[in-house]
Write a protein that binds this ligand. Structure first.
Ligand code: FAD
Length: 317
């Protein structure tokens, strides 16, 4: 069976949940082969996880040349494997770093690229949102090795324990790939909430909240549901919530089981980042707000009444 390469998404060796999702998806498409590219000594932290999620093989590159520079060295590794291992497809998570890697790999290998897939069929037909998520299309790459960027939360990760073969990849990263060096890493302030892009439930607040301190309502509902907190750009631009929590075209892309939009109108640029959420609930006092056109459940009302009541009800259960 031909290999399907999965780029391992990790933080200093610790795999992210999306890696298990991609390996699960890869198992339905061919033989899953994980590609681990990280700094010296980091693979040990990923090894057990990759075995648990059914990688049949792991290509390992441990080098500070990979860890210390932005995107290009990882793209060099992946492009080399596309040539050497001739996989049927490459799966990459739709995160900011890996999106750049995917684009570079597609360009280097003269291959087609599919962006923001939420499903991939056995014949490599992908389902993706286009035009800011307003239209869902099914597409298939006809050129080169398909490079498919998959949204987190598109596939439920299912364990399939095994003992993958390990292959050390011998590669000298070119000087050209060392154009952007990472000089500092600043950890995001820990909120204790799940990562926004990986959360099963997201509660987002918009301009309807009216002030930064009213985000406490959103946070309380989120904490009751074990959810991550998102925000519209109007809210982040106003300085009411950090920019790293912005959902949308110029923010993060989320695809949770449940997305609750509080005081958000549903502009196309916001929709682009959350349209593929499985269930969308909108709370807005304007019955004509565009978000009601694509929400699964709409609550027309003043959020200052609705959200505390909703939080109380959830707390009772
Ligand atoms: P508004 O559109 O002002 O909506 C506020 C809503 O709150 C209204 O529908 C109102 O009825 C409701 N409301 C008010 N008070 C209450 C209340 N008491 N109870 C209940 N409801 C109430 N936006 C993003 O979100 N993410 C992006 O990534 C993004 N990228 C962009 C990129 C570009 C190039 C451009 C041009 C724009 C982008 N935008 C983005 C901005 C986008 O166009 C909208 O301006 C923004 O999404 C609006 O945010 P909002 O829904 O919070 O505010």
């Amino acid at each position: 069976m031909a290999e399907v390469l999965v780029l391992v998404e990790h933080a200093d060796g610790e795999p992210k949940k999306v890696t298990g999702e991609l390996l699960t998806l890869a198992r339905s498409l061919g033989e899953p082969a994980a590609v681990f590219a990280g700094g010296a000594g980091t693979y040990a932290k990923a090894k057990a996880y990759l075995a648990e999620y059914g990688a049949a093989k792991v290509y390992v590159v441990e080098s500070d040349d990979v860890a210390d520079y932005v995107a290009a060295p990882v793209a060099e590794v992946l492009a080399k494997l596309v040539v050497d291992a001739t996989p049927t497809a490459v799966l990459v998570a739709a995160t900011s770093d890996s999106r750049e890697v995917a684009a570079r790999v597609a360009a280097k290998t003269d291959s087609g690229l599919i962006w923001d897939a939420v499903a991939v069929d056995a014949d490599l037909t992908a389902t993706q949102g286009v035009f800011g998520g307003s239209t869902i299309v099914h597409s298939k790459i006809t050129k080169g090795t398909p490079v498919i960027v998959v949204r987190p939360n598109s596939t439920a990760p299912v364990a399939a324990p095994g003992s993958p073969a390990e292959v050390t990849v011998d590669i000298a990263i070119s000087d050209a790939a060392k154009g952007a060096k990472i000089v500092d890493r600043v950890a995001e302030a820990k909120s204790g909430r799940p990562d926004l892009t990986e959360a099963q439930v997201v509660v987002s607040g918009g301009r309807g909240l009216g002030a930064a301190e009213h985000f406490a309502l959103v946070e309380k509902l989120a904490d009751t549901l074990g959810a991550a907190v998102g925000a519209s750009r109007a809210a982040t631009d106003a300085g009411w919530y950090p920019h790293q929590n912005q959902v949308g075209q110029t923010g993060k892309t989320v695809s949770p089981q449940l997305y609750i939009a509080v005081g958000i109108s549903g502009a196309i640029q916001h929709r682009a980042g959350m349209q593929t959420s499985k269930t969308i609930v909108a709370i807005n006092k304007d019955p004509e707000a565009p978000i009601f056109e694509f929400a699964d459940y709409g609550l027309v009302g003043d959020l200052f009444n609705v959200v505390p009541q909703l939080t109380d009800e959830v707390e009772k259960r």
